[in-house]
Design a protein around this ligand. Structure first.
Ligand code: SF4
Length: 412
C-alpha cells in the first residue's frame, strides 16, 4: 500500500484525538477491519460509561495484566483510566494543579486522569476504581486523593519480580498474587471466589487473541503500510489488553483483519522502501507522532507489548493469570521489557527504536536511558522522545525529531 497525497496531513490541522481517529479511518478506507478497530477504540470509554448507566458493572482500572480476564469473568467491564487522556486539554492540567494541588511538574497522564475523574463526580457514571500500586507514586497519590472526593477505590499490592527471583520465592509471589485476585473479586462481587469455568473461558480467549495478534504482526511484515502506526498501537497496546470493553467485537475485527492481510496483494516497492521501527513506549496520546512516522516512511512493526508468552492452560485459571504476570515482560524489572524489545529488533531487522515517555515521568526516564545505552552499544539507532498526555497537536520539536530520525534512517 503506497502513500497517497490524498492522505497528506499537517498535524497542526488536527486538534483532538477524535479527529485523528476520524482521519485514520479515512486513511484506512480500504480496510473495514481497521475501521472497526478504530471505532472500538473511539467508543471504549463512552461505550463503557453508557453500559454502566444501563446497569452493567464497570470499573476504572489500568485494564492490563490479570485485570481484564478476571473482571470479564466476574461480569465487570475493565475501563482503562488512561484512555481518558484523549479527552483532556490544558483545562484539565489546571484542574489537577489548582483543585488537587498537583505540582506543575507532575506527569501529565496522572493530571489528566485526575481531572477527568473530577469532571465525573456526581455524574452518575462509573464511580469505582481498581488501583494498582505497581503504577507509580503520582498515580498512587491520585487515587488516594479522589477517594476523598467520593470514589470507591481498591488498591492491590505491587506486582514485581526481580531478575533473581526464582524457585520458592517465585512460588510465594504466585500464591500472594492469587490471594490478591480473590481480594479483588470480593471487593467487586462481595464473594471471595471466582467462577473457574468463566475464568477458563477468558484465559482461552486471551490465548486465542495473543496467537491471532502474533499472526497480524507476522503478516504486517509483508504489508508494512497496510495498518498505519496509530491503528496498530491502539489495537495492540490497548485492544489486546482489554478488548476495548467489547471482547467479541474485538476478536471479530481481528479475524477480519487477518483475512484482509492474507488476501492483500504484496507491494514489492513497499518492502524495499520500508523503514522497520520498534516502538519502545506506552500508548502515547499525541497521535500526531504516529502520523509523522507514517509520513516519513517508517512503519511501527515491533512494539514493547508484542504478544510474548501464552497463558498456561494446564493449571487452574487463577494460577495461570498469576504465573503469566511473573513469566512475562510486565513483571516489573526494566530488563524484561528490554529483552522483548531486543528480540523484536532482531526479528524485524529494525533500523531504529523510538523511545517514548511522558514529561515528568522519572520511571520511564530511567528505563529509556537504560534501553538507549543498550541499543547504542549494539549499533541500533534510537531516538528518545518526551511528550505530553493531553489532547492537541504534539509540539513541533517532537515532530521534527521524529521526522528527522526516520529520514536519517532512510538515508543510511
Ligand atoms: S507516565 Fe510515569 S509518572 Fe506518569 S503515570 Fe505513567 S509511570 Fe506514572
Amino acid at each position: 500500500m503506497t502513500k497517497s497525497l490524498a492522505y497528506a496531513l499537517e498535524p497542526e490541522d488536527i486538534n483532538t484525538q477524535k479527529e485523528y481517529i476520524a482521519y485514520s479511518k479515512g486513511v484506512h478506507s480500504y480496510s473495514p477491519a481497521i475501521n472497526k478497530l478504530l471505532d472500538l477504540s473511539d467508543d471504549y470509554v463512552p461505550g463503557a460509561e453508557r453500559a454502566f448507566k444501563a446497569g452493567h458493572p464497570a470499573v476504572w482500572c489500568q485494564a492490563n495484566n490479570f485485570v481484564p480476564p478476571l473482571l470479564y469473568s466476574l461480569g465487570v467491564i475493565p475501563v482503562a483510566a488512561g484512555e481518558m487522556g484523549r479527552y483532556s486539554a490544558k483545562e484539565d492540567m489546571l484542574i489537577a494543579e489548582d483543585i488537587y494541588q498537583f505540582p506543575v511538574e507532575t506527569c501529565s497522564m496522572v493530571k489528566c486522569v485526575v481531572a477527568q475523574w473530577h469532571k465525573r463526580i456526581n455524574s452518575g457514571t462509573i464511580n469505582r476504581i481498581l488501583a494498582n500500586s505497581s503504577g507509580c507514586e503520582p498515580y498512587n497519590m491520585a487515587w488516594e486523593i479522589v477517594k476523598k472526593h467520593g470514589y470507591d477505590v481498591y488498591s492491590n499490592e505491587v506486582i514485581y519480580r526481580g531478575p533473581t527471583v526464582h524457585g520458592e520465592r517465585l512460588e510465594q509471589l504466585v500464591k500472594f498474587t492469587m490471594e490478591q485476585m480473590l481480594d479483588v473479586a470480593e471487593w467487586l462481587t462481595g464473594r471471595r471466589e471466582v467462577d473457574e469455568e468463566k475464568l477458563r473461558i477468558e484465559v482461552a480467549r486471551k490465548n486465542r487473541l495473543l496467537t491471532k495478534l502474533k499472526k497480524v504482526l507476522e503478516l504486517r511484515r509483508s504489508h508494512p503500510f497496510y495498518m498505519k502506526s496509530l491503528a496498530i498501537i491502539l489495537t495492540l497496546n490497548v485492544g489486546l489488553a482489554n478488548y476495548f470493553g467489547q471482547p467479541q467485537a474485538y476478536e471479530a475485527a481481528i479475524d477480519e483483519l487477518i483475512s484482509e492481510l492474507e488476501n492483500a496483494p504484496i507491494n514489492e516497492k513497499d518492502l524495499e522502501t520500508v523503514i522497520p521501527l520498534v516502538w519502545a513506549g506506552g500508548t502515547g496520546q499525541e497521535f500526531g507522532i504516529y502520523e509523522a512516522i507514517d509520513q516519513a516512511g517508517g512503519a511501527l512493526l515491533g512494539l514493547r507489548s508484542v504478544p510474548f508468552r501464552l497463558y498456561r492452560e494446564d493449571v487452574p485459571p487463577l494460577e495461570a493469570l498469576a504465573r503469566w504476570i511473573y513469566d512475562n515482560s510486565g513483571a516489573g524489572a526494566g530488563v524484561y521489557a528490554r529483552n522483548v524489545l531486543d528480540s523484536e529488533v532482531e526479528r524485524l531487522k529494525a533500523k531504529g527504536v523510538i523511545l517514548y515517555g511522558y514529561i515528568g515521568c522519572s520511571y520511564s526516564t530511567v528505563n529509556r536511558e537504560m534501553f538507549r545505552k543498550f541499543f547504542h552499544a549494539k549499533g541500533v539507532a534510537c531516538v528518545n522522545l518526551e511528550g505530553s498526555f493531553q489532547t492537541g497537536a504534539p509540539t513541533g520539536q517532537v515532530l521534527t525529531r521524529v521526522k528527522a530520525f526516520v529520514e536519517m534512517l532512510a538515508a543510511a
